[in-house]
Design a protein around this ligand. Structure first.
Ligand code: F0G
Length: 359
């Protein structure tokens, strides 16, 4: 039989490892099953013997890893008879919640920080028909308001404090193990609320406990310098970074993430905005992979730790690229100093421009 069954999303694939029933109505957009791409040019150019992969989560249906958690959270909300979901968001959660709510035929309310969300994400929440509440405050304030309002309003919170979110997100670790036929030595992630790093650890631990593998990675969480409460060891009130997705000072999975660090013998570190943008550009120019700034934090940190030897030569390393680069076109364009070349619509000027720019 030359045909394989149609891929129908991660709940169908990992049904036995997720809290769903045979008759649960699954709300899916075919999320998960994202490529694990081995980097070729970057390791060669930095002269390190390293087996470096990126897990390109930007290729999920709404362009970020949030879809893994959202398929579960919305499926369970619908199963419970809920008619509306709510979240606070730096952008990706709101885009995903809006899309899965649309798919389910229920309402979505999203609270976003005014002026601090990338254009693509705002467009997504709006076009999917979410009620977009732009608050004059940051993500952390939005999160507090969502928790308060959900106490006496018939809405289900679909932020990562919803335990079904992490259940869905743990499947990324399953996929990595299945491709590598073992767990990597190190797994690097950008950290905001720290839900995703905690979910990955759950996934790795589950496959270890069930004897599918006999190793787990050391988990490394990188934060933007202006929003690095884990590194400071305390919450911070005015986070700021170009990586707006992780502009968070009061992480919701604080306790869980410290347990991940201890359990995996991992660490937290920070990357400056300059390092983050440089890693984003390196990945686009050297490997053809476009991720959003926050996502490049994992690679920025990993390259520094590979360079210093903290991640030893010979290691296998996976960096999660959490969101697609098209989410934030403004930041991408701002990074390209040369810009575009305007020419008259005639052969001469076009040919001249090509000749001048041939290496
Ligand atoms: N990368 C991207 C692209 C994100 O959107 C987020 C979180 C993270 C990393 C951090 O993941 O919070 O699990 O540690 N975005 C949330 C949102 C906060 O609202 O979209 P985390």
């Amino acid at each position: 039989m030359p045909f394989r069954p149609r891929y129908t999303g991660l709940i169908d694939k990992y049904r036995d490892r997720l809290p769903v029933h045979d008759d649960t109505r699954i709300i899916s957009l075919g999320e998960g099953n994202t490529p694990l791409i081995r980097l070729n040019n970057i390791p060669r150019e930095c002269g390190r013997d390293i087996d470096l992969y990126v897990k390109y989560e930007g290729l999920n249906p709404t362009g970020s890893f949030k879809d893994r958690g959202m398929t579960m959270a919305v499926t369970k909300a619908v199963e419970d008879g809920c008619k509306a979901v709510i979240c606070a968001s730096t952008g990706n959660t709101s885009a995903s919640a809006a899309a899965y709510a649309a798919r389910a035929g229920i309402a979505a309310f999203v609270l976003i920080p005014e002026g601090k969300i990338a254009l693509g994400k705002l467009a997504q929440a709006m076009i999917h028909g979410a009620v977009v509440l732009q608050i004059r405050g940051n993500f952390d304030e939005g999160m507090r308001l969502v928790k308060e309002v959900a106490q006496n309003t018939p809405v289900t919170i679909v932020n990562s404090i919803n335990p079904f979110r992490l259940q869905g997100q743990k499947t990324a670790a399953f996929e990595i193990i299945e491709e590598l036929e073992r767990a990597p030595d190190f797994h690097c992630l950008p950290v905001g609320n720290a839900g995703n790093i905690s979910a990955h650890w759950m996934g790795y631990s589950e496959y270890l406990e069930h004897g599918i593998v006999n190793n787990r990675p050391r988990m490394i969480g990188y934060q933007a310098s202006g929003a690095a409460p884990f590194l400071r060891g305390a919450m911070i009130d005015n986070p700021d970074t170009v990586a707006t997705a992780i502009r968070i000072g009061h992480p919701q999975s604080w306790e869980l993430a410290w347990k991940v660090r201890e359990g995996s013998d991992g660490w937290f570190d920070e990357c400056s905005d300059e390092e983050i943008l440089a890693a984003q550009k390196l990945l686009t120019e050297k490997e053809g992979i476009f991720c959003e700034p926050a996502s490049a934090t994992s690679l920025a940190g990993a390259l520094r730790d590979i360079d210093s030897g903290k991640i030893p030569a010979g290691s296998s390393v996976v960096c999660t690229l959490t969101g697609h680069g098209l989410k934030d076109p403004d930041t991408a364009i701002r990074q390209c100093a040369g810009g575009v070349i305007s020419v008259d619509a005639a052969l001469g000027p076009v040919r001249d421009a090509i000749v001048e720019n041939l290496a």
